[in-house]
Design a binder for this molecule. Sequence first.
Ligand code: NAD
Length: 255
Amino acid sequence: MNITDKTVAVVSGGASGLGAAAATALAGAGAQLVILDMNADAGTALANDLGGLFVKADVSDPTSVAAALGDVKKRHPAIHIAINCAGIAPAAKTVSKGAPHDPLTFVNTINVNLIGTFNVASQAAAMMAGNDPLDDDGSRGVIINTASVAAFEGQVGQVAYAASKGGVVGMTLPMARDLAQLGIRVCAIAPGLFKTPMLEGLPQEVQDSLGAQVPFPSRLGGPSEYARLVRHIVENQMLNGEVIRLDGAIRMAPR
Ligand code: NAD
């Protein structure tokens, strides 16, 4: 899909980190931006910088997503790109000090990371289905979900997070198949270790040690490197139904 000034892109979790970088890159390529996030202060500030729109939404709640996309519809007749970056990463073991994992933490992680991704993707796809085809291929939209290498090598303490991201990986091909007749592509990116507020909360020596575990380049990824892949997936029509690892060849150790 070519990105023009008529292309409308919705980015969940766009107030911070990877989502903010994707929003910035897509706006830089000419798209009209909509940021969906719980963080109204940061989301509004970035949307204003990018000449875009901020809409507050809790992706885990389908009614909140429907209301937010309803607001988007008032401003834009169509959306063409939906990027799912909203996510949380709580750490807890299956059993810790004799007590089982808090079931509410597990459910909440699945609700935000997996069901939240499904809510935005499915509702955005329903809107995209009404778009006029954009090109000779009959393209109507592109959806990019964000998984994690934890979907494949979840570490100690990542049982809920890895389960949620495994669900995002599992959704990719069937969603692409479901939406193929509508001309809507679906891919997922599985990032390794990226320098965002999610990781910047860790002490510097832990960040350095994590970066040193990446075979090459031996450092944390930059959010703009994630954003470049987002842009490439949007623009490369043959990418569909695939989960792309973006990880400098890291394969996470158990801990
Ligand atoms: P981040 O914490 O910087 O940004 C996450 C954003 O999601 C925040 O703006 C937050 O307000 C928003 N959010 C959280 N819950 C929400 C909800 N219920 N509804 C709406 N918005 C909500 O994190 P990040 O590092 O940019 O992560 C982005 C995505 O990438 C996440 O899905 C994360 O799991 C994934 N990821 C990150 C890394 C990494 O190394 N940073 C690695 C692999 C995967």
